[in-house]
Design a protein around this ligand. Structure first.
Ligand SMILES: *Cc1c(COP(=O)(O)O)cnc(C)c1O
Length: 429
């Protein structure tokens, strides 16, 4: 496979952009080698600058649930650009977007649009702090909530101590206010709450984790968090930037039947454009400026082109429930195919999946939290990733990522992925 153009673009990029990329995972550091520079995408396929074609299972890290360059989104954007790009004033489309979100996600009574998932989570915890008058938050090890300072925090040494900065540039002051619990371990949350009585404003969680690979909450875990937060007056925030509109039209909260107080959204909601949103119970959202005193703003928030792309996708999902049935079928067929191949080949593996989210871990142990995810064979994953590329299948370039399926995948594409998986593994075993 010739990737010369990508390689030379990467060399060029490195001289003018840190690490040659605008988001670290794109640099292929976790798998080695040089990243592909993408020129175009259509349906389930992506094309690089050297003209190579790949079936791909990243879907821009989630947004492209209908596949790339879907006609309804193309048309919505083409129609919108005739009217101008940005006004910095309210528009009809923002009303339509808010009404649609509120109707699709029942726990959201009011919603504010922002420009990324990071902005959504940063804003949500500020509002939760303003609402409760408390400073601290709890997050889970291995959950990703964007690159806001408060979330780039690692667990401290003792179970009940404060977190420590996970990146230079994050202050100890900020780290003092973030407590880190263990996913699927309710006792770890209880002990943090007990040691910080009446000081915790919010607990934020990915209800299905996508960012340590796909990791599901064990039965009862989300319900237990709900009860604990209600009892302690803690704002429960579901970060559904990945899972929102993906696992059901009402997100993971609808699929698993647990209602958070606040929800953060992103990815699918922009249909591929830079969009995020946060929303929740009315009394909490009424704290947001200009109605309330918690300040949060955005020059390009609710941008009409971005709203048009997002609305096209959400309207489609809202009126086509069969999309979710199909996504579940795709997931199930993929898992069955993988399991059959893996059993034949005798590879140590664990598959975590729900609906259209999927991770193949190279470990025979169950993966229920970050510690367990770290037990996967990362070196083997790197070789597997490149072998899959050679087979024409483009996976997320890190073991700590979920794959995302789109409805653009036909059964023949799924068979192609399964065959590629088997060939790739045979090659590297
Ligand atoms: C992607 C992601 C974010 C961050 O969104 P950006 O748009 O990249 O800022 C936050 N939370 C979760 C769960 C995500 O998957």
């Amino acid at each position: 496979m010739n990737t010369q153009t990508s390689q030379s673009l990467f060399e060029q990029a490195k001289t003018v952009t840190p690490g040659g990329v605008n988001s670290p995972v794109r640099a292929f550091r976790a798998v080695g080698g040089s990243p592909l520079f993408i020129k175009s995408a259509k349906g389930p396929y992506i094309f690089d600058e050297d003209g190579n074609q790949y079936l791909e299972l990243i879907n821009s890290w989630g947004p492209m649930i209908l596949g790339h360059a879907h006609e309804i989104v193309e048309k919505a954007v083409a129609d919108a650009i005739q009217f101008g790009f940005s006004f910095g004033a309210p528009t009809r489309k923002e009303v339509e977007m808010a009404e649609l979100i509120v109707s699709m996600v029942p726990s959201i009574e009011k919603v504010r649009m922002v420009n990324s998932g990071t902005e959504a989570t940063m804003s949500a915890i500020r509002v939760a702090r303003g609402f409760t008058g408390r400073d601290k938050i709890i997050k889970f090890e291995g959950c990703y909530h964007g690159h806001g300072d408060s979330f780039l925090i690692a667990a401290g040494s003792g179970a009940v101590t404060m977190g420590v900065p996970d990146s230079p540039g994050v202050t100890k002051g900020v780290a003092n206010d973030t407590l880190v619990a263990t996913f699927n371990d309710i006792a770890s949350v209880e002990s943090l709450v007990l040691a910080n009585k009446n000081q915790i404003a919010a607990l934020i969680i990915e209800p299905v984790v996508g960012n340590m690979g796909c990791v599901l909450a064990e039965p009862g875990f989300l319900q237990a968090l709900r009860q604990l937060c209600t009892r302690e007056g803690i704002v429960l925030i579901f970060d559904e930037v990945m899972t929102g509109f993906r696992l059901a039209k009402g997100g993971a909260q609808a699929r698993f039947g647990v209602e958070p107080d606040m929800t953060t959204l992103g990815k699918i909601i922009g249909g591929g454009m830079p969009v995020g949103a946060y929303g929740g119970r009315r009394e909490i959202m009424d704290c947001v400026s200009p109605l309330g005193s918690v300040y949060q703003a955005g020059t390009l928030s609710g941008n009409p082109i971005a709203m048009s792309a997002g609305l096209a996708v959400l309207h489609h999902l809202n009126s086509h429930p069969e999309v979710y049935t199909r996504l579940d079928q795709i997931g199930a067929k993929m898992v069955d195919g993988y399991r059959a191949s893996m059993a034949k080949l005798g590879v140590n593996f664990t598959i975590n999946h729900v609906g259209s989210m999927f991770t193949l871990f190279f470990t025979d142990q169950p993966v229920t939290n970050f510690e367990a995810a770290k037990g996967s064979d990362m070196v083997f994953f790197g070789r597997y990733f490149h072998a899959m590329l050679q087979q024409g299948v483009y996976l997320a370039p890190s073991q700590y990522e979920s794959l995302f399926f789109s409805v653009a995948l036909q059964d023949a594409h799924i068979d192609q992925v399964i065959a590629a998986n088997e060939n790739a593994l045979r090659q590297i075993l």
